[in-house]
Design a binder for this molecule. Structure first.
Ligand SMILES: Nc1nc2c(ncn2[C@@H]2O[C@H](COP(=O)(O)OP(=O)(O)OP(=O)(O)O)[C@@H](O)[C@H]2O)c(=O)[nH]1
Ligand SMILES: [Mg+2]
Length: 349
């Protein structure tokens, strides 16, 4: 049981993990709402909307934490006949596809879907602009059923259709859940961590995933004792702690910009969350815990970090500090979500 071996393993694991992103590709007709959906999934306006990207000849990548959303150019167009499209965009590399449509379902989308299905790829259908579905003399349910029937007739199999409205923010919660289910477990965890949460359930899942992250980073910070914590005979790596704290904050979408634009009720809590995620803030937190129970050793075996690191006093300290910050981020994210849901007229359940 060597601490050096544990540290080496942890470092390797974290480095490998950083590079391994979950990749979700979107395709569909111009104006269907791919860019709008990308922004809704990541919870930030990174993709330009309302601007025809018809002329785009490249796959546009939007990276957000451990998630990469890729806006793919049209399939089977004059610029990209089918064979060239596949060569150029290598569909094997993606974990999941979203076929986004809004008006009539297009035959090019049908063909691409079939190609992907033949290769064992999963593709979810997303009917955007749900707010726009209307026809005189027909109910919404009838129209939805017609859309589903049309998709199924064209692709020749029973496929679910996810109805969303990027404009109104509806259906995004169910879509997120379906995406999570469609991904394999390690990818699912990354998606959960990176995508915007539209439900309290998703926020809870973020918390569970964050706890595993805390073990690893806190373990590394404790084993790599560079910076002394005043008042106790313990040193930790504050740089590693800072990376952890920012990852926790980012996972909840608590960017500086988002925090600075919070409502007056939530702004003070947001400022606190920002202030802690600095080397000075982390040191203060560590000092607070050092005097308490937290500085006791953790004797139980912790699979993520190994016995040697888990047995150090520093690990107890870094782990408690990480968990305290996680709770702060989680509380704030919950309050923000409740505000958003109230604004939408939905009830939190
Ligand atoms: N009514 C309504 N309009 C929407 C919705 N989502 C997006 N739009 C609008 O539809 C237009 C096209 O949206 P984009 O997200 O740019 O579509 P896109 O698929 O990225 O378009 P291209 O990049 O040209 O292929 C924009 O004017 C959006 O504001 C929606 O849910 N409802
Ligand atoms: Mg676009």
């Amino acid at each position: 049981m060597s601490i050096y071996k544990d540290v080496e393993n942890l470092r390797e694991e974290l480095e490998k993990d950083q590079k391994d992103k979950v990749k979700v590709a979107l395709f569909g007709q111009p104006g269907a709402g791919k860019s709008s959906l990308i922004n809704k999934i990541i919870g930030e306006n990174k993709a330009q909307t309302g601007q025809s990207t018809d002329v785009t000849v490249e796959a546009l990548e939007y990276e957000h934490e451990d998630l990469v959303l890729v806006d793919l150019p049209g399939y089977g167009t004059s610029k990209f006949p089918k064979d060239r499209w596949e060569q150029e965009f290598q569909p094997e590399q993606y974990d999941l596809f979203l076929c986004v449509f809004s008006g009539k379902f297009h035959s090019a989308d049908t063909e691409l879907f079939k190609q992907l299905k033949n290769r064992g790829k999963v593709c979810l259908f997303v009917r955007n602009k749900h707010d726009d579905i209307w026809e005189d003399g027909k109910t919404l349910e009838q129209l939805e059923a017609e859309i589903v029937a049309d998709v199924q007739k064209q692709v020749g199999s029973r496929e679910a259709v996810h109805f969303v409205s990027c404009r109104r923010g509806t259906g995004l919660d169910q879509l997120s859940e379906s995406i999570q289910h469609a991904l394999e477990p390690s990818r699912r965890e990354k998606y959960i961590r990176s995508a915007k949460a539209y439900t309290l359930k998703h926020l809870e899942a973020k918390k569970e995933s964050a706890k595993r992250l805390i073990y690893k980073y806190a373990g590394l910070a404790a084993a790599n004792g560079l910076n002394p914590v005043p008042g106790v005979d313990i040193s930790v790596d504050l740089g590693v702690m800072l990376v952890l704290f920012n990852k926790l904050r980012d996972s909840y979408g608590l960017s500086e910009n988002k925090i600075n634009n919070l409502t007056p009720t939530l702004l003070p809590i947001g400022k606190k969350v920002l202030d802690i995620a600095t080397k000075e803030g982390i040191l203060l937190l560590l000092k607070r815990f050092a005097g308490q129970q937290a500085s006791k050793q953790i004797s139980k075996y912790i699979p993520f970090v190994g016995q040697a690191i888990a047995a150090t006093i520093g690990f107890a300290l870094t782990k408690y500090a990480g968990e305290a910050y996680l709770n702060d981020c989680h509380e704030l994210a919950m309050k923000i979500l409740e505000e958003e849901l109230a604004l939408k007229g939905a009830t939190v359940n």
